[in-house]
Write a protein that binds this ligand. Structure first.
Ligand code: UAG
Ligand code: ATP
Ligand code: API
Length: 500
């Protein structure tokens, strides 16, 4: 298993071999594809993309100075940089949607992807589903990876900066995996990634939809725009043989099913008590749950060593995607007892000497906070303490709703900081407390965790929400080392006099 980011750069080749036609027929050799002018080197194709802050065409002069051999942009970009372009020998490719063209070009440039690929979208559950899909494939004997918020994981493993990387990083990763013998890959499709067409060049055998609730309205502005971005995933599966796996428990599930069916895709439905894959019973204990489910009305049982009822929904979604990728359903169901906790998702981080437990979870939306706390309840005999905070420079409307979700579902709530970024942490905490007025406020996250752990009596549990697998606290532009799992073990060690 590698933990290194691949650095592969394909051999230079003429622009025309990338399926691109320049104005005037120029056909220079291309040495690299780049979206950031600061990374342009000799012979690179610079994609000058329309941005959310600025048009990338403003950086065309810098890219030309650094030796760009070709510029890919839209009409607005060509106009912005008309003068420097007219004075240069660089090839100019003007297209309507340069983000989409870049995605196809990156696919051709890197030239390989694992044979079988699936993707999953939804507000919550993408990392969990993609991880379970990969774990099932591996249990069935395939070389597999999942790509998303927790990086590239599985047969081949390293961190990624984004949930859905931009096409150059994405296709570099897919080609490196394919060359290393990875045959199966499950990826997360974020709404930003879909909107920016980052995965248009990927050949998808199947796509899944988990759920749709509030997040990212800072970027998408309205729920409808956000939904349309997510629905866009179903335009990207293979036209004739593609399969859609849809969670019918979600209020927008029926609409998503209609969109997928309307595009001629076979649909596998998943749901509690309804659907092709139907969850009909769950029995919880301290280490996981037993589930009863049916596949086309045939009943099955499985042991899941996973905390949280929602993880059973994610597991069934994963089963649907693996079945859609061509595996025998019975063989898929036989692997389920082997599934392991997804990093930072309902992860048991520490246990106190009195038996109380501390869990770390990535709940960072109102629905996820409510779901995670409710899901922990049946595994716990005593009180439930929740630590919650909201990130800076992100959808501000979700802050009080996250506080309220904690207030409505936990016995004790502690409000703390979670990546304040450029914002005033006290103002973010105040917004979260707007929904949880009785919450205890402790700005310093390490202290909040220590206070939460100190409260635990026999049978109690603490759920630390928001940062999951993250290993840093972003304050201003600094990333300070911070890991909830480590902090939880340290707090237990300090309070119970153990060594970590
Ligand atoms: C908001 C957002 O998604 N922005 C993405 C977008 O950049 P932008 O349109 O905002 O860029 P901009 O600052 O306006 O600049 C426009 C263009 O000029 C280029 N530029 C800029 C400066 C310079 O000196 N030279 C230069 O060439 C930029 O590379 C960009 O292509 O296009 C860029 C190139 O493809 C992306 O790298 C960038 O992702 C940024 C880094 C980002 O952080 N995105 C996050 C919000 C994101 O995508 N998150 C999702 C969702 C996670 C979730 O579900 O929770 C994810 O998939 O990770
Ligand atoms: N099916 C689900 N329904 C509701 N909440 C869920 C579901 N699955 C996961 N969650 C909650 O969302 C959190 C994030 O889960 P996960 O990382 O799998 O989702 P995600 O969609 O990948 O999120 P992100 O892209 O922001 O990383 C979990 O820690 C849990 O609190
Ligand atoms: N992909 C999400 C993760 C949020 C995680 C949380 N810890 C925060 O910083 O708000 C985002 O960037 O909005």
């Amino acid at each position: 298993m590698s933990r290194n980011t691949p650095q592969d750069r394909p051999d230079p080749r003429p622009l025309s071999q990338l399926g691109l036609t320049a104005r005037g027929g120029a056909d220079p050799m291309i040495s690299d594809l780049v979206v950031d002018s600061r990374r342009v080197g000799d012979g690179a194709l610079f994609a000058a993309l329309p941005g959310s802050q600025v048009h990338g065409a403003n950086f065309i002069p810098a890219a030309l100075q650094q030796g760009a051999a070709a510029i890919l942009t839209d009409a607005a970009g060509a106009e912005i940089a008309a003068r420097p372009l007219s004075e240069s020998h660089a090839a100019l490719i003007v297209v309507e949607d340069p983000r989409q063209v870049l995605a196809y070009t990156a696919a051709l440039w890197f030239g390989a992807q694992p044979q079988t690929m699936v993707a999953v979208t939804g507000t919550n559950g993408k990392t969990s589903v993609a991880t379970f899909v990969r774990q099932i494939w591996m249990a069935l004997g395939h070389e597999a990876v999942n790509l998303g918020t927790t990086g590239v994981e599985g047969a081949w493993s390293y961190p990624l900066a984004h949930t859905t990387p931009e096409p150059i990083t994405l296709h570099r990763a897919l080609a490196a995996a394919a060359k290393a013998g990875v045959t199966h890959a499950a990826m997360e499709a974020s709404s930003h990634g879909l909107d920016q067409r980052r995965l248009d060049g990927v050949q998808l055998a199947a796509a899944g939809f988990t759920n749709f609730t509030q997040d990212h309205l800072d970027y998408h502005h309205t729920f409808e725009e956000y939904f349309a971005a997510k629905a866009g995933l179903f335009r990207r599966v293979l036209p004739d043989e593609g399969v859609a796996v849809i969670n019918m428990d979600d209020a927008r599930g029926a609409e998503m099913r209609a969109i997928a069916a309307g595009r001629g895709q076979e649909v596998i439905t998943v749901g509690r008590g309804l659907g092709d894959l139907s969850l009909v019973g769950q029995r919880y204990d301290g280490t996981g749950q037993d589930i009863r489910f049916s596949w086309h009305d045939r009943p099955f049982m499985a042991r899941l060593n996973l905390i949280g009822g929602f993880q059973a929904e994610n597991v069934l979604m994963a089963c649907g995607l693996v079945i859609a990728s061509g595996e025998e359903p019975e063989r898929v169901f036989e692997t389920l007892h082997e599934l392991t906790t997804v990093r930072g998702r309902m992860q048991l981080a520490a246990t106190r000497e009195n038996g109380a437990s501390v869990f770390v979870d990535y709940a960072h939306t109102p629905d996820a906070v409510a779901t995670a706390i409710k899901a922990l309840r049946p595994h716990v005999l005593g009180r439930l303490v929740a630590i919650v905070g909201a990130g800076g420079d992100r959808d501000a409307g979700k802050r009080p709703l996250m506080g309220q979700a904690a207030h409505d579902n936990a016995d004790v709530v502690i409000v703390t900081d979670d990546n304040p970024r450029s914002e005033d942490p006290a103002a973010i905490r105040a917004a979260v407390k707007g929904g949880a007025p009785e919450a205890i406020e402790v700005g310093d996250r390490a202290e909040a965790i220590l206070r939460g752990v100190a409260m635990l009596e026999p049978g109690d549990a603490l759920l630390i929400c928001g940062k999951g697998h993250e290993t840093g606290q972003v304050v201003g532009s600094d990333v300070l080392p911070f890991d909830d799992v480590e902090q939880a073990s340290m707090a237990v060690a300090v309070l119970d006099g153990k060594t970590v």
